[in-house]
Design a binder for this molecule. Structure first.
Ligand code: NAP
Length: 259
């Protein structure tokens, strides 16, 4: 069982966490829950007004929340994020790579025929830009600050739809729900998790891919299984793993997800 129960809340107090895509959905709720643990949360959103709105909301609940403009696809925003964190904190303890897009249907609940053979390369690029390249770019940019934390955690928001084993398994409940661009982008993200965790294995930085469940958000749709609070708790558990917790894994709750 990997849970914040294993990590004393006092050791989390004063830590600094950056949550991308904190404007709504799982990102917003993850920022809220991290704030409740006494962690200073950077509510990063591509629209600064939204980031400020959320930071104000979390501050009114007693959290330390700081808004930041971050369109993850923009190199200048990623570099400005590094400069801001370096100047203000000199380190980053927790990076939640949450921002993501689902562009092939209205939301994850909508069933459409498999369109792999006709998916436009333009759309595929757009999906990979947010779900994969930006995660790699932001993480690489911030790694010098993450190395400066005494113990750091990187959580990559993945999906069971990115599991190659499940995509190929006819008994997987979503086997017939083939959304190629999104799934492939999360498969690539999982590869990043594996490779980065292996490179950092001798450090105190843990890197994991986490499936938050099928969640009632704009992306998940109204009929999804989990509410955002349940999903964010799963993310927060991996953001606050104890030092003997896992790295380089793919999890849903306490369960390992096959790659
Ligand atoms: P959501 O409600 O659609 O929210 C997506 C978030 O990503 C929004 O805050 C959005 O910001 C942000 N975003 C998109 N493009 C961005 C960019 N270029 N720069 C910065 N932020 C950007 O999605 P969600 O359901 O909360 O999903 C969050 C993560 O969990 C995603 O990575 C998703 O793939 C993953 N996930 C979700 C489910 C599910 O069932 N919901 C299942 C498995 C995995 P704006 O408000 O500015 O658009």
């Amino acid at each position: 069982m990997y849970s914040t129960l294993d990590t004393t809340v006092s050791s989390l107090r004063g830590q600094v966490a950056l949550v991308t895509g904190a404007s709504r959905g799982i990102g917003l709720e993850t920022a809220r829950q991290l704030g409740r643990l006494g962690i200073s949360v950077i509510t990063a959103a591509r629209d600064l007004a939204k980031a400020e709105l959320i930071a104000n909301e979390l501050r009114s609940e007693g959290s330390s929340a700081i808004p930041l403009k971050l369109d993850v696809t923009r190199k200048d925003d990623r570099e400005a994020t590094y400069a801001y964190l370096a100047e203000r904190y000199g380190r980053l303890d927790i990076l939640i790579n949450n921002a993501g897009v689902w562009l092939e249907t209205d939301n994850a609940a909508q069933r459409v025929p498999n369109q792999t053979s006709s998916l436009s390369l333009g759309l595929l690029h757009q999906i990979f830009e947010v779900n994969f390249f930006s995660v790699v770019g932001l993480t690489q940019t911030l790694l010098p600050l993450i190395h400066k934390a005494s113990s750091a955690r990187i959580v990559n928001l993945s999906s069971t739809m990115g599991s190659l084993a499940l995509q190929a398994d006819p008994s997987y409940p979503y086997y017939s729900h083939k959304i190629f661009g999104y799934s492939a982008s999360k498969t690539a993200l999982n590869s990043f998790t594996i490779h980065l965790a292996q490179e950092l294995r001798e450090t105190r930085i843990k890197v994991n891919s986490v499936h938050p469940g099928w969640v009632r958000t704009d992306m998940g749709g109204a009929d999804a299984d989990l509410d955002v609070a349940e999903a964010a708790q799963i993310v927060v558990n991996f953001a606050t793993l104890p030092d003997d917790g896992p790295t380089g894994g793919f999890y849903f709750g306490n369960q390992k997800v096959p790659w």
